[in-house]
Design a protein around this ligand. Structure first.
Ligand code: DGT
Ligand code: MG
Ligand code: MG
Ligand code: MG
Ligand code: MG
Length: 265
């Protein structure tokens, strides 16, 4: 079609391609989830169905965006890591961010009844999005370590806080005062000596959050042989998105999954 005289307005659009050769992270975070969690009677401090629903949504996002190597989620947030050399949406920041955030939000509503069959969704939840680019592998690891450390710090605090309130009978204000200025060791001690909770034995999903990655799975499948027409067994390698709840701060995770950082090719 011939250009119209209005075409020039396109030049007002911002060029927002992410820098080449950098890791691209899209992080989504629930808008006002404090209120959302209360309105839908989420278990405090952690609602396992809520966590599973978040991971279900992230699984959808990773299925759609095949150039994502990994995702990490905790609380009401998920971070998605695109491989360095991705050309998805010509690396345009706004396209990547809005597509991820909107697919995540629609998935949340779509899958809600599977995880909360008896809870009516009272209003449409929304998620903000941001893009951060990291030039080095170390930056990427530090970013993910930062989010996992945040998960641990918040979870320890929240576990202690709600134990003091729900089991210890303190008011919210009293629990807050009790924990103010305490170190991790103090919170561990309160949990253990007053409530018999060994924090180290709390579920990994709560302490570490969730990592989604693509694993290569070798499968034995039976096919019909071309020539003989006889059934035969062959090994097929396929990629499967898998959820793990382990430490990603130390080296072990990265040594066990070397292909995550080495995505070129
Ligand atoms: P924002 O992100 O600035 O719009 O505001 P919020 O309220 O989403 O704050 P944020 O993202 O810093 O913190 C997440 C909130 O979500 C936190 O206040 C507690 C709530 N939340 C997340 N997961 C759970 C859960 O499993 N159970 C309960 N009860 N609340 C949760
Ligand atoms: Mg939030
Ligand atoms: Mg906030
Ligand atoms: Mg948050
Ligand atoms: Mg269009």
């Amino acid at each position: 079609m011939a250009n119209s005289k209005y075409e020039y307005v396109r030049h007002f659009e911002k060029h927002d391609s992410c820098l080449p050769n950098c890791w691209i992270i899209v992080r989504v975070d629930g808008k006002a989830f404090h209120r959302f969690a209360d309105a839908h009677a989420f278990t405090k401090p952690n609602d396992v169905n809520g966590i599973k629903l978040m991971t279900r949504c992230a699984h959808n996002v990773m299925t759609e965006f095949t150039e994502m190597v990994l995702a990490y989620g905790q609380s009401d947030e998920y971070s998605f890591v695109f491989k360095k050399e991705t050309q998805a949406y010509k690396r345009r920041e706004s396209k990547l961010m809005t597509n991820v955030a909107s697919l995540f939000a629609s998935s949340y509503v779509f899958h809600w009844p599977e995880f909360f069959p008896n809870v009516k969704l009272l209003y449409p939840p929304s998620f903000d999005g941001r893009v951060v680019i990291y030039p080095s592998d170390q930056n990427l690891r530090d970013y993910l370590s930062w989010r996992q450390a945040d998960c641990h710090i918040n979870n320890l605090y929240n576990t202690a806080f709600w134990a003091l309130v729900q089991e210890g009978g303190l008011s919210n204000k009293e629990a807050q005062t009790r924990l103010s200025g305490t170190f991790s060791s103090n919170k561990n001690e309160i949990l253990f000596s007053e409530f018999g909770i060994n924090y180290n034995q709390e579920p990994e999903i709560l302490k570490k959050g969730t990592i989604l990655l693509r694993k290569e799975i070798a499968e034995e499948v039976t096919i019909t042989d071309h020539k003989t027409k006889e059934p035969k067994s062959v090994t097929k390698v396929r990629k499967k998105i898998e959820a793990v709840n382990c430490d990603l701060i130390g080296d072990t995770f990265w040594v066990e999954h070397p292909y995550l950082l080495n995505t070129v090719g």
